[in-house]
Design a protein around this ligand. Structure first.
Ligand code: ZN
Length: 378
């Protein structure tokens, strides 16, 4: 499996069985002895304990920060987790941070790495999001989701053996995060055409190809075969690299992500257990696809016809023709073994309606969702 050449963003990028055993030699080589591992209870069991032992055996000094869950049992990238990790960093002593876990743990670590000026190494334990390589950290601050500048890892060690043992819902969530590119890539082109937002062909192409390979291997991903997991993890890393290349999240995040963020914040407000990011994104992608196809092809608007559609209708319809419909997206989600409807996620009619009305306010981006809502009537 060859990664795109933009892997030059990293000192080392390893996706193979046994990648975990390459972390210690790499850290020794770069002269990082005093380490701080960040994990939660599950990811410590999945990979952290083995890694800690390997590092100690290699003569390195690994300290451990076991991130605590909140009242509902979730580890969240919020003030409490950030401070817990920052308190464990020893200024002038800690030489590298190691994120062992999911996207959330990576976001906590990338923020701490950025604030402390200490590099971090990524050890994903599940192919669950495309955010491992991200430069921004989506955090929950005072109950609001906010992406703050942070740093990408200096190296990634993704061990196939560990990824293949990841819980099935996390694998399906990674697939859902990738399917979201169906609408994010459309929204990106739309925002560039109708509002002059910056666009980058190469980043778009990398993301398109990563998406296509996931769609092609949906069944193998659902069955968690070695091939399926390799394809999915490669796609997630490549999608992350496309964002690094472009410098913003446009390639990988459009209205479907804004919908997902809206649901996430509402769940926090209600004190409900968090849903997996990619599980929300996959279902949100189906909802956005329905809304967009309804508007552009059937003239069903929440308010009036947006000016952008009146002006650029031909081009927008051409692009939308390449975006699979709601039913096809749900079918792919099922094939990969994930939730395919908002009912399965517990999103009620009211929350769906509110999110479709207001989710565009979460980010300053000129998505078709925003154009539809700003055309009035809602
Ligand atoms: Zn995402």
């Amino acid at each position: 499996m060859s990664m795109v050449k933009e892997a030059a963003f990293f000192e080392r990028i390893v996706l193979e069985t046994g990648a975990l055993s390459q972390v210690a030699p790499y850290l020794r080589e770069r002269g990082s002895r005093r380490l701080l591992l960040a994990a939660d209870r599950n990811t410590y069991e999945a990979a952290g304990r083995d890694l800690e032992r390997m590092l100690a055996e290699a003569g390195l000094e690994p300290a451990l920060c076991l991130l605590a869950p909140n009242e509902t049992g979730d580890v969240v990238a919020d003030e409490a987790s950030l401070i817990q990790l920052l308190l464990a960093v020893e200024p002038g002593m800690t030489e590298a941070l190691v994120a062992v876990g999911s996207g959330t743990i990576h976001d906590i670590v990338r923020f701490a790495a950025h604030k402390s000026g200490i590099p971090f190494v990524s050890v994903p334990t599940a192919p669950s999001v495309d955010g491992f390589t991200s430069a921004g950290a989506p955090l929950i601050i005072r109950g609001t989701k906010k992406t703050v500048p942070a740093v990408p890892p200096v190296a990634i060690f993704a061990d196939l053996r560990i990824l293949m043992e990841a819980p099935q819902p996390l694998v399906a969530a990674g697939f859902g995060d990738m399917l979201g590119k169906m609408t994010s890539l459309f929204d990106w082109k739309f925002s560039s055409l109708t509002a002059g937002e910056p666009y980058n062909e190469q980043a778009a192409l990398i993301t398109e190809r990563a998406l296509a390979s996931c769609v092609e291997h949906a069944r193998e991903i659902g069955e968690r075969t070695e091939r399926g997991i390799t394809v999915l993890m490669t796609a997630l890393i490549e999608s992350g690299i496309a964002m690094l290349l472009f410098g913003q999240s446009h390639p990988a995040s459009g209205a479907e992500h804004h919908l997902s963020h809206y649901w996430e914040m509402e769940y926090l407000r209600r004190g409900r257990r968090a849903l997996l990011h990619g599980a929300k994104v996959g279902v949100a992608c189906a909802e956005i696809s329905r809304l967009y196809h309804d508007a552009a092809e059937r003239g069903v608007y929440p308010g009036g016809e947006p000016e952008a559609l009146r002006q650029h209708g031909g081009q927008v319809r051409e692009w939308l023709a390449a975006v699979p419909g709601e039913a096809a997206i749900r079918e792919l989600l099922r094939l990969a073994g994930g939730p395919s409807s908002r009912q399965e996620l517990g999103i009620d009619d009211e929350l769906l309606a509110a999110s479709l009305r207001e989710a565009h306010l979460i980010r300053d981006r000129h998505t078709l969702l925003r154009a539809l809502n700003e055309a009035g009537g809602r």
